[in-house]
Design a binder for this molecule. Structure first.
Ligand code: SF4
Length: 506
């Protein structure tokens, strides 16, 4: 298990609000029900404290039915959990109706680390005005609390949601969940207006097929100790205490069991809490390492490898980019990020393969770093790092011995990259790579680098790397490396700033 991300839902089923669409609205809990929920939460917090290190728990989000943060014990518990060394983020879904100062004092007194506190705040326009809600958001921000805000996409609430967007500080993202039970698709106009509020709204309208591979390390813990992978997946055959026993009695000492494969049981991830917490690449680009909290990270630039990342490696011709990925890229763009390709493909081939999304991109790094392009709103500029012309004849001389084709890539007259291409999946071994390098050296061609990618041996200028190309674009645009995110799946992607490994959802 590579770090656990916990969701907790106790037995609480009561709320101080009375929204017309909610089954928990104004439900009165008995004193006994409330004590039971408190006991279960306190037991859970104690066990998290005991087990966090061994289970490698990284985060906790409380997702109650009803409102938990009006009860002081939830604040104390979150404070204690956030104080644990290995915990990176702890928080809860809330309607923000708690007393901010008093609640944060409880959190602080329990040793809480405000830097790790994350709130997922839902706006209920039937119960609170945009002015009041945004006021609480501002107060929390000024107290150093990180939060997102959002609401249900009820068409009749559009004006209230737009007003909330106007009133919220820019750094707080405002998301919109599609309305269950609307009974019809959103109209074009409604979609357009919700997109003005939430740049990622189109993602919410996409169907998300289940893919438990992306749910490794997630656990949904119920107050009675029952476990699932996410809130809608099948129940696991052991409890929260049972999991601990398995680890302690060495049935699974390394925690290597793939729980997600055991127990998804769904065809679709049909609610945000399920798919929003998946650790797939687009979620991590948009939200960072803990996407479940729904707080956007807002990179200024995003650099994406194509083959194996945006498109499957095996896609020989133009690939279809899944709708949910297109919607994610559109959202990043709407949020102000500049999108760039970072690929060993030549410019024309990259644009052809990604023609569905190329309009969203502002150029990129091509030919493995030999060709760097800025275009569109980012301006018109390009740089080429050429190879010595003699390189080509040396490599052509190796064609028969190495059983390969020799492809030369140029920008204008300048030779940028040479690819020695083998048929099928035949790869290159270290001895062959050395042989090609030695051959170039023997002809005094020294300012080159030779690297392999599956069945291709690539020869490019010494300093033409994806990393250098990405850093060059960042410098030109005045973007610090920490403000950029990159994604790739191969050795050539190493060194790109803010690199995330993995491929996009299919
Ligand atoms: S239903 Fe849940 S466990 Fe299954 S893939 Fe979706 S998020 Fe993962």
């Amino acid at each position: 298990m590579d770090g656990l991300e916990l969701l907790y839902r106790g037995s609480l089923k009561s709320c101080n609000y009375g929204c017309s669409y909610c089954p928990f609205s104004r439900h009165r809990h008995s004193g006994q029900e409330l004590s039971k929920d408190q006991e279960r939460w306190e037991y859970f917090v104690r066990t998290v404290e005991e087990r966090a290190e061994v289970l490698d728990i990284r985060s906790l989000l409380v997702t109650p039915y009803g409102e938990a943060l009006i009860h002081p014990w939830y604040w104390e518990g979150l404070g204690r959990v956030s104080a644990l060394a290995g915990i990176e983020a702890a928080g809860a879904q809330t309607n923000l109706s708690f007393q901010v100062r008093e609640s944060l004092e409880l959190f602080d007194r329990a040793g809480g680390d405000r830097g790790k506190l994350r709130l997922w705040a839902t706006f209920h326009p039937e119960m609170v005005s945009a002015e009041t809600f945004s006021g609480v958001c501002r107060q929390l921000l000024s107290e150093g609390v990180c939060l997102c805000a959002g609401g249900v996409g009820v068409p009749g609430n559009l004006e209230a949601l737009l007003e909330l967007r106007r009133r919220l500080p820019e750094e707080i993202c405002l998301w919109i969940n599609p309305m269950d039970g609307l009974g019809r698709p959103y109209t074009e106009e409604e979609t357009k207006r919700f997109l003005e509020i939430d740049p990622y709204f189109l993602r919410e309208l996409c169907e998300v097929p289940a893919d438990p591979e992306n749910c490794r390390g997630r656990l949904f813990v119920e107050g009675n100790g029952r476990l699932r992978i996410c809130n809608i997946s099948r129940r696991l055959p052991f409890s929260w205490d049972g999991l601990w026993e398995r680890r302690r009695t060495a049935k699974d000492p390394e925690g290597s069991e793939d729980l997600s494969a055991l127990s998804c049981g769904q065809k679709r991830c049909s609610c945000y809490l399920a798919h929003g917490g998946r650790r797939e690449l687009m979620n991590r680009i948009i939200f960072g390492e803990h996407p479940v909290f729904r707080i956007t990270r807002r990179p200024r630039a995003v650099f994406l490898d194509i083959m194996g990342t945006l498109l499957p490696q095996e896609s020989a011709v133009d690939g279809q980019i899944p709708a949910v990925v297109r919607a994610g890229l559109t959202g990043l763009k709407r949020e102000g990020a500049l999108l760039f390709f970072a690929t060993t493909l030549p410019y024309e081939k990259a644009m052809e393969r990604c023609r569905q999304i190329r309009h969203l991109f502002s150029g990129g790094v091509f030919l493995g770093g030999a060709h760097v392009v800025l275009e569109g709103e980012a301006g018109g500029w390009e740089q080429v790092q050429g190879l010595e012309e003699g390189c080509l004849s040396v490599l052509e001389g190796l064609r028969a011995r190495m059983r390969c084709r020799v492809l030369a890539y140029r920008r204008g007259k300048e030779l940028c990259k040479v690819t020695l291409l083998r048929p099928g999946a035949a790869s290159w071994n270290g001895q062959e790579i050395k042989e090609v390098s030695d051959c170039l050296l023997s002809q005094r061609i020294t300012k080159v680098r030779v690297f392999s990618e599956r069945n291709c041996l690539q020869v490019a200028a010494e300093h033409a790397t994806k990393e250098n190309g990405v850093r060059l674009l960042c410098r030109r645009l005045g973007i610090r490396p920490g403000e950029a995110v990159s994604a790739g799946d191969g050795e050539e992607d190493r060194g790109m700033p803010g690199l995330l490994w993995a491929s996009m959802e299919k």
